[in-house]
Design a binder for this molecule. Sequence first.
Ligand code: WT7
Length: 643
Amino acid sequence: MNKSKLIKKGNLYYPTKEFKKRALLNSSKIYLEAAKNPIKFWEKLAKELFWQKKWKKAFLHNPPYFKWFVGGKLNITENCLDRNLEKKKNKVAFIWEPEPTGERERYFTYYDLYREVNKLANALKKLGVKKGDRVGIYLPMIPEVIISMLACARIGAIHVVVFSAFSSQALNIRLQDTKAKILITSDGYYRRGKVINLKQNADKGVNGTEVKKIIVVRRTGNEVFWQKNRDFWWEELVKNEKDFCPPATMDSEDTLFILYTSGSTGKPKGVVHTSGGYMVQANFTAKWIFDLKEDDIFWSMADVGWVTGHTYSCYGPLLAGTTFVIFEGAPDWPAPDRWAQIIEKYGVTTFYTAPTAIRMFEKYGADLIKKYKFDTLQILGSVGEPIDTAAWKWYFKKVGKERCPIVDTWWQTETGGILITSLPGIGPFKPAFTGIPFPGLKFDILDDKGKSLPAGKEGNLVLLPPFAPSLLRGVYKNPKKYLKTYWSEYGNKIYFTSDTAYKDKNGLIRIVGRVDDVIKVAGHRITTGELENAIAQHPDITESAVVGVHDEIKGEVPVAFVVSKEKKKEKDIEKEVKEEIRKVIGPIALPKKVYVVPDLPKTRSGKIMRRILRKLFTGEELGDLSTLANPESVKKIKEIIAK
Ligand code: WT7
């Protein structure tokens, strides 16, 4: 076990010798090797996986379209399951931690999982599911969600996972768009001690869609509406199925899954991911970034309803043949330190979460986690939004005890896997900086005219050819949107991320924020992310959101919403926050108003919904709030603004 603190040089941290020795990768030579010939590099990695037939050409570019491992044939489940049976038959693939503390956890070995997946695959076939058909999956974080995804992949059906806390309307849109004929759901699930009747939502959600059959997992035992010949209990369907189903032969470029994500228009778009490239990227990013070795226990907190759950709570760790934890509940229920209890219970070695969760943990106060040594932890991960310096330091010191590298991983639903981060055995790690591009990737930071910017200058983050094997291949049934969103800003050979970023003199990248959040104050360009980072320096502020609102003189001015852990006079907080911004950025960025609020509206993945805050000032329709984690926060903020 690694007991020494990371090595600090200036504001950079490096892994210790001892840590490096154990790490899968520990020399920066890998970056040079990959850069020499990225396509060859990815080919070399791809060869480590099992292909039914080898590809003919590694990369084919026909802008804005591209292909990886052209002509290759594979089935991702052979790599996740069959291949692991050779040496890891009885190794635990994953442990499921239920929400109710009185209920027993469940362990699935690779062999168990293999059999369950094959049985369901056979059952799906009997229900008429064929290669290329879309299957809706509307399940909470229970083992069956993983089994369902893999069973689809086994037979070449395309899974469309819909986050279980999304409304029936959100489900309906996705089922309509994909014309799914089958839906897999459960009777209910637990959330903060309550039973949520998921089947009821599913029943509503399939209205007007082509869903002819619903498979229902019995999870909570609540009463459900039942439609004969349409609804089937999971356990009865799989009971008599054989535990082997031949894996479908998938072309490298055949679609593996579609996952919906929010677009600029507010209408969700179906991001299309394919089989071969995604597999290669999921495997190597999981293995190398989380340094997954034989005895590691990996816990990613994200729900499978999000891309993080797809890649790092299912495919990635299974491909890497590791043991991982999935958790049904909320990290702060029934006690605020539930997450810490889980880390201790299973001896988690790598913990992956989002800045929003880190700040929430911090908000509960230092006393709460004082009793935890966290001495099994080796690596900490962060994802989803820029992590501010204050949260980074808290995470590094209080959870990682200054021993654990923080891999701040930048990626998107569209990229399918992590693309930018520091590697744990190489480093360096720097608060609020995500790191450098994963070996084999070429990023640049461009100004509006497309000129590459030097260190210190902020611009648009773009990905250059040959891109990444796991980058999206399309927006489902919407090629125009694909072209416009990703391949228009700088022509059709440059992938536009919608993020702004800059590099420091070491080449480490700091993500500033989405271009959609840019505010222009009196002609000066500032971003909400920058302001929030400044506000976060204030010791009492745990979370903040800044939006631009119309101002007659300056065009736009920032307005800040802050959550404070100290109960002080609002006026004082406002003054101090402004002082902080003045100090960090300058007087041009001062917000017009600082609202002290109890909570900020967030998506279930923890992203703060600035769009909603902005609309509170423009009087526009707020839209569907049901996709928020905390819709009630909006009402409270409205009242505060009205005051
Ligand atoms: C956007 C993508 C893919 C994981 C979940 C988010 C922001 C993501 C980081 C990071 C700064 C980050 C970007 C990106 N983002 N990770 N480590 N540092 N920003 O996926 O919902 O598709 O969002 O999240 O703005 O464009 P997503």
